[in-house]
Ligand binder design. Sequence first.
Ligand code: FAD
Ligand code: PYC
Length: 416
Amino acid sequence: MKFSLFSLLHQGLTGNQGWQPQWRDPAPKPAYDVIIVGAGGHGLATAYYLAKEHGIRNIAVLEKGWLGGGNTGRNTTIIRSNYLWEESEALYEHSVKLWETLSHELNYNVMYSPRGVMMLAHSVHDVQVTKRHIHANRLAGIDNEWLTPEQAQEFCPILNISRDIRYPILGAALQRRGGVARHDAVAWGYARGADRLGVDIIQNCEVTAIRRDASGRVTGVETSRGPIAARKIGVVAAGHTSVVMGMAGIRMPLESFPLQALVSEPVKPVMPCVVMSNTIHAYMSQSDKGELVIGAGTDQYTSYSQTGGLHISQHTLDAICELFPMTRRLRMLRNWGGIVDVTPDRSPILGQTPVPGLFVNCGWGTGGFKATPGSGHVFAATIARDEPHPIAAPFTLERFTTGRLIDEAAAAAVAH
Ligand code: FAD
Ligand code: PYC
């Protein structure tokens, strides 16, 4: 694969939708040890760690579109580990720790910026739930602290803490180690690292069927570029997991929803941190280019449309103008959507499946960008060893039959 450092993909947050850098994809080999379906951050990170930490280098990452053109290139890049349950704390904190050294690991600046993520409380219920998360996090050694409205405004001076607004701010949780990163750099950093270790990344190659032998074990895939054999297959196709897993006869406990975001015209630095409000369906940060990066809740209806309903963005902008009155005169530059696949408990599914040789990594819903390094790291170990990595073990598909769910609806922090 050839590309220049500056010919990064530009989609969603970075604009110029559909523009692609020029390079030559390798021709698919007849057989691979592992095929990863989906060249988003999670698929690329999985391939990178398989090659780097497990010595498996005969890998293909198959992508129906272009590298990082799915949710990885469309998200608002919030990183944090302030989840409620121990299982999730372990998974997301593993990821935050990897973020802290990722630029060095990949020798590529992913622009991880731990500028603090503040989550607002607007009702008594919000205050109770938020404080419960803070206590749980602190017990697990994860930083999270309660701020009064005045302290919240001190941390983010453009925040409106007037008591007269529709949803007054009663306080906030602050995770100082939370922050943002540059999404396309993450995709390209992992792609470049995997490519150097011998991984084939093949774009415009849609997986259309999963092949199995008489015993039921996977033997490869059919693609828009012909059949490709493989001993193991990892499906990492966010938003479309049900479609791909259906090819192996597995019905997934997932629903796909559009999730939207938008950016303003660039302005001088006004927003020093990330602020999220689940209750009024809006969150905001500022990119290094100066654009205010604004996100909404999910659409109410399932859909594979990468646009979403305009009324959702309208509602979000109403909320943003109330929370940050100085934004009222700003123009919006672009909006876009991605398709997120959501599980009943809002936690991901990570691990083996009933089909021998078939692995799945999905269900990150509105919150998988932050998990990219950790998810790839533990999923690679699971594929390589044919047993769940200890951090991934609670997130298997079986929890939907055993009932051992990991309910992170509140920690998702994005309205569903
Ligand atoms: P993707 O990047 O979507 O990669 C999956 C790939 O699979 C795609 O490129 C797709 O083309 C490919 N694929 C699908 N079907 C096939 C097939 N049949 N054959 C071959 N390839 C196939 N998370 C956060 O943590 N913080 C945030 O601030 C945040 N904000 C978000 C804002 C928006 C607007 C959206 C949409 C999502 C947001 N998320 C956020 C969620 C996050 O983006 C995702 O959870 C994460 O990026 C998923 O990464 P992935 O690599 O699994 O998926
Ligand atoms: O999971 O932190 C998150 C998030 C923020 C915006 C979308 N998802």
